[in-house]
Design a protein. Structure first.
Lengths: 553, 452
């Protein structure tokens, strides 16, 4: 019991460990994969963000080049300047409106002294929020720290790019974003060397259109460098969380995404990364490892169980063989000792008799001698039975047992055997009831039959002597002889019944305690019966045990 | 010139007359052989105006593209076909759209560049801009288009424009042809935003032609986009008509002779421009500036401006406006500059005024004014004022009727019939969706003198 618990633990612990490790490894791997994935996604998104930032940087550079065209020439009249700028605006692809003010904050364009178009006056009105807030264009860093103005935020990003000659003439430049009717608008501003301020209000639709043109289309897989984008899709959404553009080929229906806020001047916009791995979370992968672990442990259990059984059988077999040898030696030794002892006693009896004269042997002495002789006979019979059993067992094993069938009467064989057991039975006070109904001579191996009977009766003598009674019933048909031997001993339990015919098996119960035996008696008897074309079987009876010998004629 | 001639002695008159006739005939032959100039004419509805009256008048600036010789090589086109392949296009629609694109591309040759972009919720560049040399591959790619998904119209047009930019050239006709049957629902989606996109594209020399298919699209958005980029617009009810419309459109594209046309109209002293009829433009002070992306061979495009003319004394004349245009001639690859001016005389006699009517200009002005009223009627209908809309349309019809009678113009008569029909149908709410698309289309075509 203790052993089996140990064994069970021995089995269970590694299995549990295996499963646990698998699970742990799985979740670790998943975590790592997720992390890696997030990093990948973030780096991809950051690349896009950089692309967009670069776009704005380049746009700024392009816009700066307009300075020469916008700058008021010396002594230029406002009217001329206005015309010049209007003309410029007509062709400018990016700039919708321009605001120019000189150092004294005098508005040069759109100047109220000129005839303004509806568009220009509206712009002038709108831009005042920004143009009046001169702090937007000075001391940028300080401002940016306190700038939580909903309408305007300041670019801290002064372009660190190496400044060209033309840019050297620019004192300062930057982006301002503001909201107009819920839409993010961009203003690019710069100052020239005369400290004039230029505000260029840009066409947000144009910028948006160009950004979209810049971003990949649906099938990035056709472009090799974007292979990692397969099974993903990326969304660009604006500050109102409205979808602006998306690409990639993952049809997302879920909400899980990896997000990245864009950098200035699109800082309220967002890039979202959707992917299969993200939402479905490797369901298969997650379970597959666990299933494999479970399966492996199950397999391990089975293998261990098989090995355990095999090992047990081996152990049992070996033990039985060892037992067998020791028991056979013991069995051989006991009758021999008895035979020797009684033979010696008989010798001393005869010696004393020869000393006192033959005729003087008292009846008491005589009966003693007879008893000694009967014991010697009994024991030698037992010995020969044992040897016979061992020999026939060996022969049957080697398949060299020969059956000698001859004309014989079954009842006679039974009587012969009973006769040989008579002294023992008498000694153990066992009465025998023999109803003989097989008196016709038939063609059988009487020696074989007697061996079987010997084994059965010796078992009764050994284990069921206190039942006090043996019933033997013989019957005969044209084809077979049937002999029932029944005792009134303890009987054989159901589980034992299956095993009693196994070689070297000795039932491990109270019955066999203190009784020696080899454990091959029933085995050899059954084998012999089979060889004879019959069988030896056990029959359940209410009390005691009943064996039935059937032999073919 | 006429007045000058009148003051010359009689023999001089004759001589110079002959001389002019000869010169003109010479010129005529030369012009016929190789006309590569756009015809600019600036006219008033009446060359004589009532004196001592504060009034408004219509000024027509018309530009007519020269005819192309059969021998002349065609101007290469750079076309992006942008197809809506959203779920609603499934079945017949996408089938005909594919066919239409394939048929239309047949008209192109090795010098042309085409790209095909489809969009649903995402944009897919099916054919990146390429020379039309391997039509089988292009056709195969077009046939692979399947309908599915949402409508990212803005992104589709943006990508189409991006494909055009790869080969954009002042000497090519750069055109996005957009086909959509649904409402834009991804990205910018309002008509004004798409109009703004059209405007910015037009500044790059790209026009967007919008073809609305079925009854599901937003006609305001589509006309705005086409209007601001100076493209065409068409309403196609039956998918089977797509092939035809694409043919027309490609025909139009392939007959472009000039691009990037800037028009500046400066009104004379004390004369104030009030509005531009039909087209978009800026009015700053007494200056009207507008532009057209292109002019087509043999087609007349015009701008109608209503101007306010203050009182003038009898027998005086006044310069109403000087017009200056410049454009890029695709055949000579150079910019041209044309100038013209128009003046009127003032007379006390109403008869003189009536006799001075220029029927074509007058007709155009009536047509455009009626068209503006029709637009207002549509707006009233949109606001739910059905009876007001009907009243307006009936007024338009009456206005057209009286002018048609005066000018005995079949065209105006036709327009009148149209207006009467519109008035009848304006409260038919079951059919309004379609009616509105038809109205929008007609108004648009009238405003920009679309050829088909």
């Amino acid at each position: 019991m203790k052993n089996s618990i140990l064994l069970f633990l021995f089995l269970l612990i590694p299995v549990c460990l295996l499963v646990w490790f698998a699970f742990k490894a799985q979740s670790n791997e998943q975590l790592a994969a997720q992390q890696q994935y997030q990093n990948l996604a973030h780096s991809q998104l950051r690349l896009i963000d950089e692309k967009i930032s670069l776009y704005f940087q380049q746009l700024g550079n392009v816009l700066i080049t307009n300075k020469a065209q916008l700058q008021p020439a010396s002594n230029e009249q406002l009217k001329q300047l206005t015309n010049k700028i209007r003309q410029f605006l007509q062709y400018s692809p990016y700039i919708l409106n321009i605001y120019i003010a000189d150092e004294e904050k005098q508005i040069l364009y759109p100047s109220l002294t000129q005839n303004l178009s509806a568009k220009e006056s509206e712009f002038l009105k709108d831009i005042q929020v920004i143009s009046n807030n001169s702090s937007l264009f000075y001391k940028q860093k300080e401002i940016s720290q306190t700038a939580d103005n909903r309408y305007a935020a300041v670019s801290q990003k002064l372009f660190s790019m190496s400044r060209s000659k033309q840019q050297a003439e620019i004192q300062d430049q930057g982006w301002i974003t503001w909201y107009q009717q819920r839409n993010l608008q961009h203003i690019f501003w710069f100052r020239d060397t005369q400290n004039r301020l230029y505000l260029l209000s840009l066409d947000r639709i144009k910028i948006l259109s160009e950004l979209i043109a810049l971003l990949p289309d649906k099938n990035p897989s056709s472009r090799s460098h974007n292979a990692s984008l397969q099974e993903t899709s990326i969304r660009l959404s604006n500050s109102n969380n409205e979808l602006i553009y998306e690409w990639g080929n993952y049809p997302h229906t879920d909400k899980q995404s990896i997000d990245l806020m864009l950098s200035y001047p699109l800082s309220s916009w967002k890039l979202s990364w959707y992917a299969k791995n993200l939402s479905e979370n490797n369901f298969q992968q997650k379970w597959s490892l666990l299933i494999i672990a479970l399966f492996a442990s199950l397999l391990m259990l089975i293998i261990m169980f098989v090995f355990y059984r095999e090992y047990n059988r081996e152990i049992r077999g070996a033990q039985q063989r060892v037992n067998f040898v020791s028991q056979v030696s013991h069995e051989l030794k006991t009758p021999l000792t008895n035979i020797r002892m009684y033979a010696e006693l008989l010798e001393t009896n005869i010696e004393s008799e020869s000393l006192t004269g033959i005729s003087q042997m008292s009846s008491q002495e005589l009966s003693k001698s007879q008893h000694f002789l009967s014991v010697i006979l009994n024991e030698s019979q037992r010995l020969s039975r044992l040897i016979e059993n061992v020999l026939s067992f060996a022969k049957v094993q080697k398949e060299s047992f020969i059956i000698n069938k001859s004309e014989a009467i079954a009842d006679e064989s039974i009587n012969n055997v009973l006769l040989s057991f008579k002294p023992v039975f008498k000694q153990k006070k066992l009465s025998v009831q023999f109803s003989a109904n097989a008196a016709k001579p038939v063609n059988i191996d009487s020696q074989l039959l007697e061996q079987i009977l010997n084994n059965l009766l010796s078992n009764v003598e050994k284990y069921a002597a206190h039942g006090k009674k043996i019933e033997i019933n013989s019957s005969q048909t044209a084809q077979r002889i049937k002999i029932e031997i029944r005792d009134y001993g303890p009987g054989i339990t159901k589980t034992e019944q299956e095993k009693i015919f196994n070689a070297f098996y000795r039932s491990n119960t109270k019955i066999t305690e203190g009784v020696s035996g080899t454990g091959i008696g029933l085995t050899i008897s059954q084998q012999l019966a089979k060889l004879h074309g019959g069988k030896l079987s056990y029959k359940n009876v209410s009390k005691g045990a009943c064996f039935i010998i059937e032999l073919e004629v | 010139m006429k007045t000058q001639l009148l003051h010359q002695p009689i023999h001089y008159k004759l001589l110079s007359f002959l001389f002019i006739v000869i010169l003109l005939s010479l010129l005529q032959t030369k012009v016929l052989a190789n006309t590569t100039e756009i015809k600019l004419s600036t006219n008033m509805a009446t060359t004589v105006m009532e004196a001592d009256k504060h009034q408004t008048a219509f000024l027509k600036v018309s530009l007519t593209g020269f005819d192309i010789d059969e021998q002349q090589t065609r101007i290469p086109a750079n076309i992006a076909i942008v197809l809506d392949k959203s779920g609603s296009m499934r079945g017949q629609k996408i089938n005909y759209a594919r066919q239409a694109a394939i048929h239309a591309i047949r008209q192109l040759n090795n010098n042309d560049i085409v790209s095909v972009v489809t969009y649903d919720s995402q944009v897919n560049v099916i054919v990146p801009s390429t020379k039309v040399s391997d039509k089988t591959t292009i056709n195969r790619l077009i046939r692979s288009i399947q309908a599915d998904g949402n409508t990212a119209l803005f992104a589709g047009v943006s990508k189409g424009a991006a494909e055009l930019r790869k080969f954009i050239s002042k000497n090519k006709v750069n055109r996005v042809i957009l086909l959509s049957d649904g409402l834009a629902n991804v990205g910018p989606k309002s008509p004004s935003e798409l109009g703004q996109l059209g405007m910015s594209l037009s500044r790059e020399g790209i026009s967007v032609t919008t073809i609305g298919l079925g009854l599901g699209y937003n006609e305001d958005l589509m006309t705005q986009l086409a209007g601001f980029s100076d493209g065409n617009h068409a309403f196609v009810e039956k998918p089977s008509d797509l092939v035809k419309i694409f043919q027309y459109e490609f025909g139009d594209v392939l007959s472009v002779i000039a691009q990037d046309v800037n028009i500046i109209i400066e009104c004379g002293e004390n004369i104030r421009p009030i509005r531009i009829l039909g087209r978009k433009g800026d009015i700053i002070g007494n200056k009207v500036s507008t532009r057209m992306n292109q002019l087509y061979s043999g087609q007349e495009k015009f701008i109608m401006i209503e101007v306010e003319v203050p009182e003038h004394h009898e027998n005086t004349n006044a310069v109403i406006a000087t017009v200056e245009i410049d454009y890029n001639n695709l055949y000579t690859h150079s910019r041209y500059n044309l100038k013209d001016s128009v003046s009127v005389n003032f007379s006390a006699s109403k008869k003189a005024v009536k006799e001075s009517i220029n029927p074509q200009v007058y007709e155009s002005s009536v047509e455009q004014v009626a068209n503006e009223y029709s637009k207002q009627a549509l707006q009233l209908r949109d606001e739910g004022d059905i009876s007001g809309a009907r009243k307006m349309l009936n007024k338009v019809a009456d206005y057209l009727q009286s002018n048609a009678g005066m000018l005995s113009s079949k065209r105006l008569r036709g327009q009148e019939m149209e207006a009467r029909k519109d008035a009848d149908e304006v409260d038919d709410s079951s059919n309004w969706q379609k009616k509105r698309k038809v109205l929008k289309e007609t108004q648009y075509k009238r405003s920009v003198q679309q050829s088909y």
